[in-house]
Design a protein around this ligand. Structure first.
Ligand SMILES: NC(=O)c1ccc[n+]([C@@H]2O[C@H](COP(=O)([O-])OP(=O)(O)OC[C@H]3O[C@@H](n4cnc5c(N)ncnc54)[C@H](OP(=O)(O)O)[C@@H]3O)[C@@H](O)[C@H]2O)c1
Length: 211
């Protein structure tokens, strides 16, 4: 199984680190090829820098670690090549509010998970995951004892969910399904299971109690 991460900013670079440290191999695709190669070099032989085009072609699991609007652009550009691909969406649909905080850029009751899933072509396999924690927590809360259950995910595709659950586990967390993609709202920013709302990264047992 080939896993690719598109976008190597706060989330993508930490996720790449966590997955490689957990024994996974990853393709890394950023806009900045020298920077991507430098990151791949630091992570070692399990990480390979590729173009976005190559990542789309080779990935069984494509993690789109870019902003919500960029995900929409990537789907517009590459969507017809994503049939059969597990597409992981960690996005939180927010933008700076000009007052030092963030504001939601889609209607309050809507989730980026459902919007992105709706934009993907038939046959693509959307999973909402890896967006429930602050980027730093992807490293600082990983592989703790007891294990932290940052690994909330939402999908309508059981097989895709199991595959992503394995990646969540490799990244150092206990995976926990919150249900179908219509439950994405709960694990996105301002949702009741998001780290920003909880103010903490729950243990697996605590997280189960919240479901
Ligand atoms: N930061 C968090 O704590 C956090 C937590 C949960 C979820 N999220 C979500 O995770 C996603 C990524 O957030 P982030 O904080 O990692 O953002 P970020 O640090 O700004 O990183 C985004 C990356 O995407 C790259 N990029 C932009 N357009 C691209 C394209 N067309 N092809 C390939 N790469 C492209 C950017 O490259 P350039 O450097 O060239 O612009 C940048 O490296 C967002 O949807 C966000 O809502 C973030």
């Amino acid at each position: 199984m080939t896993t690719a991460i598109v976008g190597l900013g706060n989330i993508g670079s930490r996720l790449a680190t966590g997955l490689v440290e957990g024994g996974e191999s990853v393709l890394l695709a950023g806009r900045d090829l020298p920077g991507t190669k430098e990151l791949a070099g630091r992570l070692g032989e399990r990480a390979t820098a590729v173009s976005v085009d190559e990542a789309v072609d080779r990935a069984d699991v494509l993690i789109l670690a870019v902003w919500f609007e960029t995900i929409k652009e990537l789907i517009a550009q590459y969507g017809d090549r994503l049939s059969g691909t597990i597409v992981v969406d960690p996005s939180n649909p927010i933008a700076p509010d000009g007052k030092g905080g963030f504001t939601k850029i889609i209607p309050a009751g809507e989730s980026s998970g459902q919007i992105i899933a709706g934009l993907l072509p038939p046959g693509a396999r959307p999973v909402k995951a890896f967006g429930t924690l602050m980027a730093e927590s992807l490293i600082t809360a990983a592989n703790r004892t007891p294990r932290r259950a940052v690994g909330f995910y939402a999908t309508d595709d059981t097989g895709a969910g199991e595959t992503v659950a394995r990646l969540i586990s490799a990244a150092g967390f206990d995976p926990l399904s919150v249900g179908g993609i219509d439950q994405s709202l709960r694990i996105e920013v301002f949702g009741d299971l998001h780290e920003g709302t909880l103010g903490t990264v729950p243990t697996a047992d605590e997280a189960r109690g919240l479901l």
